[in-house]
Design a protein around this ligand. Sequence first.
Ligand SMILES: [Zn+2]
Length: 349
Amino acid sequence: MPSVPELQMLPLLDDTPLALPRDPSLVVVSISGGKDSTAALIAALETFGPGAVVAHHQIILEDWLQTPDYCQMVCDYLGVPLYLSQGVYNGFLCLKCGHRHLSMFYEEAYCHKCGSYDKQLLGVIDSIHDLIRWREKWVDARVRACTGHFKIEVFNTWARNNVSLLGRRPVMVLGERHLESRGRMKLPDLRYRDLRKGWMLEWRPILHYRRIDAFRASRQWGIEPHPCYKLQWRGILRRQHLRWLQEGIPPRASYPGQWEGLDQVEELSIQVLDAMIDTQMYEVDCEGGPRCSCRDCFFKEEEEMRATYDTDQGKALIDDGIAIERETGFTMKYGQSLESVVGDKESNL
Ligand SMILES: [Zn+2]
C-alpha cells in the first residue's frame, strides 16, 4: 500500500524567495527595438534556448518609423517568433455625468466616475499625441501615461488574450538596467507581474549591465543596433562640431583624442562620425546618450531634441507636438515650449 504523503503547510508567499523556473511554459521577451531589450532577448535565449522563447513588441506611432521592422528583422535572425500589438482606445463622453473616459472596449466601456454605460464615442486614440490631445496635457515623468497606456496595458491585454499560448508558468523578460535611472535602481530581478495572481513571473536578466555591455551583447551576436542610435548620435556630434567651429566652444570628449584635429575639418564625414560612434557604443564605459524611444520623448535633452528635429521623421513629429502646444496652451517641458527648443534653428547652432 502506498504511503500517504505527509500534508504540508503551504508556505506564505512573502516568505518564499522567488526562483527562475527551469521549465517555464513560455518565455516572452518584451522588446522595444533598443539595445537593452535586445540584450535581454539574447540573455533569455542563452538561458532557455531558442525553442522556449518568443518576443512581443508594443507598436508606438511616435517611435522611430523603422522600429517594428527592426524588431522583426532581429527576431527573424534569431529564429524567435515575434508578436506585435498596438494600443487603440475609444474615447467616450459619459452622457450621464459628462466625464470623459477611455477604453479598449466598446459595449463594455463604462464611466469610471459614475458607472454609467450611457456614452457617446468622441474619437479613437491610437497614438501618444492623440492621448495628449485627449488629456489636453503632456505626459510627464509622474504621469507616464505613454508607458501605461501604450506599453504596460497593451502587453497585459495581449497576455490576457493569449493565456493558452503562455501556459501555466510563463516568464516575461524585461530589459531594464539599474544604471539607467533612479527609478530603476531598486527593481528586483524577479517578481510577479501585476496580472493574474501568481501567474506571470517578471525576470530582468540585465539589471547589472552597463550601457556598453548591452551594445556589446548585440555585437557578439552579429546584430547591428537600431539605426536610430547612429542617426541621433551623428546629429548630436555634428551639432557639437559646428558649435566648436562657429562659437569656439570645444565639444566634450567622451574618450581621449576624440576630437583631435577635427577643428581643422569643415564638415564631419559619415566615416569619421561612425568611427566615433562605434567607439562610444562598444568601448566607452558611460551611461546616457541617444535612446531608442519616442522621437520626441520628453526625457530628451534640448540638444538631442534638436538633433532629432534635423531628421525628416523627427521634424514631422515635433512639428505636430508644436501644434499640440498651440492648441492646448500646455508645453512639453515645464515652462519651456518645444518650439523654443527646436525653433529658430540658426541661433541654436
Ligand atoms: Zn459618468
